[in-house]
Every structure is written in C-alpha cells, then in structure tokens.
Design a protein around this ligand. Sequence first.
Ligand SMILES: CC(C)(COP(=O)(O)OP(=O)(O)OC[C@H]1O[C@@H](n2cnc3c(N)ncnc32)[C@H](O)[C@@H]1OP(=O)(O)O)[C@@H](O)C(=O)NCCC(=O)NCCS
Length: 214
Amino acid sequence: MFLLRNSDLSKTLKSGKQTTNALSNNDDDVMVFVVSSTEEYVQSVAIRSAVYIGEQNSPYCEEFDGNDFSSTHLLATVGGEPVGTMRVRYFNSFAKLERLAVLKPYRGKKVAHELAGSAVDLCRRKGYTKLYGHCQKRFLLFWRQFGYRQMEDVAPFEWAGHEYLPIWADLEPAEDKLDIFSSPMQLIRPEGDWDRPGVHDYLNEVRKHQKDPA
Ligand SMILES: CC(C)(COP(=O)(O)OP(=O)(O)OC[C@H]1O[C@@H](n2cnc3c(N)ncnc32)[C@H](O)[C@@H]1OP(=O)(O)O)[C@@H](O)C(=O)NCCC(=O)NCCS
C-alpha cells in the first residue's frame, strides 16, 4: 500500500516526502493510497458495489466494465477503514478520472476531495497536462475546484439512468514530472512511490557491497 496523501499532515505526492512512515494515528485523518494488492482492490470494489450498484442501481456490467485492469485505483481510509475510492485511466494525451465513490456514513468529510486531489497530483507527476471526465451536473462545482470545465462542443449524454456532462481540465505541468530521462531506478519503483528507494535499490546496494566489501 503506497500512501499518496494524509489530510492531517498535508503529505502530498507533490511534496515528494510521503512514505508509509508518515501514517498518522489520528482516527479522523483521511489517507489516500494507490491500490497495490488484491485485498486493496477488493476493498475498492466493495465500496463501488455499495455506492453504484447498491445506491444508484447501476447494472453490474456497466460498473465493472473491464477497464479496471488498465487503471490505477486509489483507496481512501478513515481511521484505517476503507471508505472511498476512484480510478484513473490513461490515454495518449490525457488521463480520465472516474468512479469516484465514498460510503454514505463518511460523506461530507472531504474524502472525495482528498481522492480527487491525489489523483490530480498523480497525473501531474506522470506528466499529464490534460484531464477528462464525465460528471453529473450537480457535481460540476466540486470538479471546478480541480480546474475542470464543461466541454462546450460535446453534448451531455445519458448513462446508467443519469445525465452526464463531458468535462476537462488543463493541468499545470509538474516540475518533477517523470519522463524517459528520470532515473531508471525511480521508474522501476511502484506506482506513486517514486521517491522512496525500493527493493531494487536495496538489492543493488547489497550486490555492490558483495562485489566490493570495502
Ligand atoms: C460524490 C461523492 C463522492 C462525494 O463524497 P464526499 O466525501 O461526501 O465529498 P466531499 O466531502 O469531499 O465534498 C465534495 C463536494 O461535493 C458536494 N456534494 C456532495 N454531495 C453532493 C450532492 N448530492 N449534490 C451536490 N453536491 C454534492 C459537497 O457539497 C462538497 O462541496 P464542497 O467541495 O464545495 O465542500 C459521494 O457523495 C458519493 O459517493 N456519491 C455517490 C457516487 C456519485 O454520485 N459519484 C459521482 C461523482 S461525479
């Protein structure tokens, strides 16, 4: 599990200082992670099932559309309990944020805010400067806070019984964005955890030491 953001400590991906050591003891903290295990993915699926299939009556095959395997999933916890999730899908020149869901008892605590902010930071770090999305009209103000605007030339459309607006945002290019000139060891590291030396860095050190113990 890789921590992207801890609302209380204001540790964000952008700061480049987040590590799993930054985990806070405060039960009200919202923490956002990149899903990196089957168990965490199951937690994310459980939240989406409760919210979209349970509450909003989305058909199973629309919610679980086959795109989960080409996405990065984010998971938000409060006091260690998984309560929110969203996913990011990647295209050539833009990323698409989608499937934002927070369990009912945890709404209004800025969990969605932390998830969306983390997703934006993640996309900027990966070098994206354009985001795309679909939102219900009532959530347009929420997405505006992340720079999203309604696309004027593309008509709203209906999906799973709700009307959606196509929206897009320009992102400020990240100074520390990853590209092919980033360090090879950095690019080998797990998604979202690019600034923390990982197992390959450690193995390299061990090999170096074995070759030249002095
Ligand atoms: C949408 C959702 C993810 C918001 O989660 P949350 O953790 O309560 O959101 P936050 O506390 O971060 O607040 C998000 C903002 O959305 C607004 N909001 C929340 N529910 C809303 C609703 N039903 N209608 C209009 N605005 C709403 C809040 O007022 C808040 O505004 P602010 O940022 O100006 O304070 C949650 O209500 C949910 O899971 N809904 C069902 C799934 C869904 O419809 N997703 C569509 C996302 S486009």
